[in-house]
Design a protein around this ligand. Sequence first.
Ligand SMILES: [Zn+2]
Ligand SMILES: [Zn+2]
Length: 297
Amino acid sequence: MLDYHLHLWPHSEHETPLRPEQLADYCTRAQEAGVTELAVTEHLFRFRQAATLVGGFWDDERVPPALAENMAEYWKFHATADLDAYVECALAVKDAGLPVVIGLEVDYYEGRMDAVADLLAGYPFDVLLGSVHWIGGWRFDDIEDPASMAEWPARQVDACWDAYTVALEELAASGACDVLAHPDLIKAAGHIPDAPAEWWDRIAEAAVASGMAAEVSSAGWRKPVGEQYPAMGLLERFVARGVPLTTASDAHRLEHVADRADDLRALLGAAGAGSLQGYRGRTAYPVAVSGPAGGRV
Ligand SMILES: [Zn+2]
Ligand SMILES: [Zn+2]
């Protein structure tokens, strides 16, 4: 088992120092849960080095002014960390022999993914997660933000799923990342179409066409939707099409590391998924669902 989606900082914090001991504690907790490899995957947008490339994406005539202002405030609070120091911290932990690989969670930025890929090529990343967290300037999954959640009743659920899927398809086609994180995140706040199969098919096809793996995450159990990502219907489509899988908690603090690993393991068994996929230097290798991983990181 893997935990290939881990953050160092809760969204409520933005000046937390980097501490190798934090990752060592993550490893201890994960190993107690039978998880043998971890990927540290902080959000790219939290780093100053990304600000000039992707900051200001909300300054777009398609984004309503109130949402643009909201996103600008969010960005100002979050985008304060140093990418070089983050990579150095993760490298130090990896070099010390802990089972950690170095990654990032990279959002989709329309028209800017080539520039993002150029920036990231300068760092020794093992794995890059690709995520869609916003549609235009709307943070559809930010359940802590009343303004973002107030958008849901004003929109059609099917149209939201469609816009999300278009962004995910474009992200996958960009080739910038390795793993589709929380592939059906659009459901996080609990809004699901009556017949989601059309979108499940498109998301699964996007994964196949890009060669990306898909993440199976326990984080959805901690959100209003109360269901893992992806839904069983989407997970079955990934398995049927041979899409490689990772497992993840998307923890932002120690108590959620390896969260519900046993439930994820059972889910993989029910879906007929026989193995997982790990990464080193952005090259994939197989990892067993249970038992020890393919080798020491
Ligand atoms: Zn995410
Ligand atoms: Zn995340």
